[in-house]
Design a protein around this ligand. Structure first.
Ligand SMILES: Nc1ncnc2c1ncn2[C@@H]1O[C@H](COP(=O)(O)OP(=O)(O)OP(=O)(O)O)[C@@H](O)[C@H]1O
Ligand SMILES: [Mg+2]
Length: 233
């Protein structure tokens, strides 16, 4: 089963700023996969992930998720399966502290308070956010710490599909390595990850498939564009 299919997909912000035009594309398969979107700033990576996350719907054409039209998916049912890490952590975090932010993701889950707390603590440890930051709001953290917190707030849910917009942006090399391990472990646990990144080394190391986003199109990055992007030609 293909995870996402785009059929004659076009998108322009406010009907004016064209981002994608007549895109036909199939992304992801039955097997858990790590799929990267690369491409220049402003090429449409965030827009594409936002569409895949059902956050943007005023496009033309069709987008299917697990072979069912994205617009026909019930909100709650869809959110159980797919979560997105937004490009800016401050758009994702809003509670009085980081721990509360992570717990918020589990708000409607059928778990006891203790179970939720345990999950939240585990995931905050997993992303390497020191304990003395957990009781602070995101605006008292550094940029990289805030991104780790936002990532924790997404990973805590155990979603089948993770859409991560620039998870490597602004984080230290130790966390980057940890992120590599987290990605591989998530894949082993049966999850699919779609992410955008400007970090070519990370992308090269972790991805099963790379798509190049540019000029209104999304293409498998196997040709000259890929080489150009990697700085090879
Ligand atoms: N809220 C918005 N309103 C109007 N135009 C927008 C909006 N967000 C993005 N755009 C435009 O859509 C295009 C694609 O933007 P997008 O954010 O998807 O790019 P990106 O590939 O994620 O870039 P980056 O690598 O800088 O994150 C850009 O030309 C941008 O100017
Ligand atoms: Mg972006």
């Amino acid at each position: 089963m293909v995870i996402y299919s785009f059929k004659n997909f076009s998108y322009a912000y406010y009907g004016v700023t064209k981002v994608f035009e007549n895109l036909n594309l199939r992304i992801g398969s039955n097997n858990p996969q790590i799929v990267a979107f690369v491409g220049p700033s402003g090429s449409g990576k965030t827009t594409l992930l936002s569409v895949m996350a059902k956050l943007v719907e005023d496009y033309s054409g069709e987008v299917l998720f697990e072979e069912k039209n994205l617009k026909d998916w019930k909100e709650l049912e869809f959110r159980k399966k797919v979560l997105m890490l937004l490009q800016s952590p401050e758009k994702q975090l809003f509670e009085e502290n980081i721990l509360a932010d992570v717990l918020y993701t589990l708000k409607y889950d059928n778990l006891t308070v203790e179970e939720k707390m345990l999950k939240a603590q585990r995931v905050l440890e997993l992303v390497g956010l020191p304990k003395d930051r957990w009781d602070k709001p995101y605006y008292r953290l550094s940029g990289g710490e805030a991104r780790k917190a936002a990532l924790a707030a997404v990973l805590v849910k155990d979603s089948e599909v993770l859409l991560l917009d620039e998870p490597t942006s602004g984080i230290d090399s130790e966390t980057r390595q940890e992120l590599y391990r987290i990605f591989k472990n998530l894949k082993r646990a049966g999850k699919s990850i779609f992410f955008s990144s400007h970090d070519v080394y990370f992308v090269k190391a972790v991805s099963d498939e790379v798509f190049f986003v540019d000029n209104g199109l999304v293409k498998p990055a196997e040709n000259v564009e890929k080489a150009r992007y990697w700085g090879v030609v």
